[in-house]
Design a protein around this ligand. Structure first.
Ligand code: ATP
Ligand code: MG
Length: 377
């Protein structure tokens, strides 16, 4: 058996282990062979070859290989995959369970060791945290938000960074979100829906007066405490996250959630004012009353078009229990043109209170669905 091995240019003879005759090409002929002959890869490695009896070995092309440039250095071995480490602590906070995930990252239930209390810890996804300047802007906004103290706004405890993760610690709300209750119940009683809208409006009015626009008012961002207080979450985050169009479309932050976002926000997410929150709150209120958003379609484009048209079914015609006075209020929240909406949520609150529909407390907290179904339609 003959075994052919690659050999170096300086070899006076090919490194050929064979019992058969081999006649090297004369020097003159070798010199005529260009140095740039492409290397035939499979011949670069040792091959086993059993020549048929009497076969002439090493035809000219194989001799040329002797003059081929040396093979490029082998590519470096792939970097070892990053080792996954189970993360149990971030700063002062011990993670104990996952609460859910959203557009910016994951939310964990955690224990703040120094204070012996449970908190909710929002940990930004690496994608968000590595955006240039994002953490700095995030930090600035958090500092401003920390100044906002309101019973209907989720209280911020601290923002920090540990193990390369940026996190936000806030009060833990154990009563679920308005979104999760809507999923369970379909819709709310008129009194409960008005209670949610009122609490959210009070929180937003306070935020607006302090120069904040939420931009992502939706049922999932209205959380409920164990004692039934409705609190607005994620205030300011949407504003900080809004940097590039690419970022906006990737995360959905800044343009709000399509079902609840104002039409002008879908057109130009950067240039909106507090009236976009009034529109979104109108969508949430309508959904709480009827079980569905005012504008809906199978596709994102369909929703945008429906909002641009501005035509929706009145809440009263979807559910007879909804008083017409609330439809009048909703029409001023859901106006396509921001100039035709309430100028401020103070006006909305005045008219809502006048409608005498606001329940004193959320009736479904602590009740099962069947309890509630016997009370409401
Ligand atoms: N302070 C909190 N206490 C209890 N649960 C919370 C708290 N904050 C968020 N959650 C829960 O964690 C989950 C993820 O929240 P997150 O805010 O990340 O997503 P989202 O509200 O669905 O979307 P978005 O990123 O647009 O706000 C939700 O189920 C929410 O109810
Ligand atoms: Mg949220």
């Amino acid at each position: 058996m003959a075994v052919y091995k690659p050999f170096a240019k300086s070899d006076s003879k090919p490194d050929l282990e064979t019992t058969q005759d081999y006649t090297p090409l004369p020097e003159a002929k070798l010199g005529a062979v260009p140095d740039t002959i492409p290397v035939v890869e499979y011949l670069e490695t040792t091959v086993d070859y059993i020549p048929p009896a009497g076969a002439k070995l090493l035809p000219k092309t194989e001799v040329k290989l002797k003059l081929s440039p040396p093979p490029p250095p082998a590519s470096p071995p792939p970097a070892p995959a990053p080792k996954k480490v189970a993360l149990t602590h971030l700063g002062d906070f011990r993670l104990v369970g996952k609460l859910g995930a959203g557009g910016m990252g994951t939310v964990y239930k955690a224990v703040q060791d120094s204070k012996h209390r449970f908190v909710a810890l929002k940990v930004l996804s690496q994608e968000m945290a590595t955006k240039p300047g994002f953490v700095q802007r995030f930090d600035r906004e958090i500092r401003a938000m920390a100044k906002l103290e309101h019973p209907n706004i989720v209280h911020l405890i601290r923002a920090g960074e540990d193990h390369g993760f940026v996190y936000l610690a806030m009060e833990l709300l154990t009563g679920g979100s308005v979104g999760s209750w809507l999923e369970k119940l379909g819709h709310f009683s008129v009194e409960d829906a008005a209670h949610v809208a009122r609490a959210a409006a009070v929180a937003l009015l306070y935020a607006h007066e302090h120069g904040f626009v939420h931009r992502d008012v939706k049922p999932d961002n209205l959380l409920i405490s164990g004692d039934g207080t409705v609190k607005l979450a994620d205030l300011g985050l949407a504003k900080t996250a809004e940097d590039t169009l690419e970022g906006l479309t990737q995360t959905g932050i800044g343009i709000g959630t399509p079902l609840y976002a104002a039409p002008e926000q879908t057109r130009d997410a950067k240039n909106v004012d507090s009236r976009c929150d009034i529109y979104s709150l109108g969508c949430v209120f309508y959904r709480c009353l009827t079980g569905r958003p005012p504008f809906h379609a199978d596709s994102l484009l369909g929703i945008i078009k429906a909002k641009e048209k501005g035509v929706y079914e009145s809440a009263h015609s979807v559910r007879k229990k909804v008083p017409k006075s609330l439809d009048k209020i909703l029409s001023k929240m859901l106006a396509k043109n921001p100039d035709h909406r309430y100028a401020s949520l103070a006006e909305f609150l005045e008219e809502l209170d006048f409608s005498e529909t606001v329940g004193e407390r959320l009736s479904f907290m602590g009740e099962s669905k069947s309890d509630r179904e016997t009370k409401d339609d």
